[in-house]
Design a protein around this ligand. Structure first.
Ligand SMILES: Cc1cc2nc3c(=O)[nH]c(=O)nc-3n(C[C@H](O)[C@H](O)[C@H](O)COP(=O)(O)O)c2cc1C
Length: 172
């Protein structure tokens, strides 16, 4: 299957990137085609609520920024993975901006599965991010196929990366 991983960390070699790469490795070993986009390194603004997409735009967003590279990948994806560090008890602002732009197509056209990978400094800080993901996947009619969290010393640990790899494999 085609899997799109969106990484919301500005740290290219950070903990979230390690989780995303481990997931990718597992998914590719099971035959999936995986694209990782680092949304925090892109210029992606939040939704303007101009409603161009739902009026004149026929589902296309009027904002001409890097989200235009993501839209075709989102449309083709059989599965979408949201990977983000926790910033103040939720996903990063950069990831939140990208997700708000899902408003144009309303949902990934083909995706049937989704996963959430979260990294943080402390334990017990995931309630907000998990609630958003669970509500969002239910709204979009996409299976929540797994959530993995890594805090403190769990980050980049062998066990945690193996867990991410296994989840990736299970997406075949
Ligand atoms: C702006 C900012 C806010 C953060 N807020 C939290 C937080 O609320 N709870 C927490 O446990 N860690 C918090 N952290 C720590 C990161 O979640 C943690 O270092 C994570 O592993 C970073 O992932 P990365 O290496 O992929 O960027 C914060 C870090 C930054 C820079």
């Amino acid at each position: 299957m085609k899997i799109l991983i969106l990484n919301g960390s500005p740290r290219t070699d950070g903990n979230t990137a390690a989780m995303a790469e481990a997931f990718k490795k597992g998914a590719e070993s099971a035959g999936s085609e995986v694209t990782v986009i680092n949304v925090a390194k892109k210029k992606i603004a939040g939704c303007l609520a101009c409603e161009y997409c739902h009026t004149k735009g026929d589902g296309a967003c009027v904002q001409n920024d890097d989200m235009q590279e993501v839209y075709p990948l989102l449309a083709e994806a059989d599965a979408v993975v949201i990977a983000s560090p926790i910033y103040y008890f939720n996903i990063t602002g950069q990831m939140q901006c990208a997700i708000s732009r899902f408003y144009a197509p309303m949902k990934p056209a083909k995706a049937t599965k989704a996963a959430l990978l979260l990294s943080s400094g402390s334990p017990g800080v995931y309630k907000g991010a998990m609630a958003q993901f669970e509500d969002m996947t239910a709204f979009m009619g996409i299976e929540n196929a797994g959530i993995i969290t890594a805090c403190g010393d769990e980050n980049k640990s062998e066990d945690k990366l193996a867990e991410c790899e296994e989840l990736g494999k299970s997406f075949a």
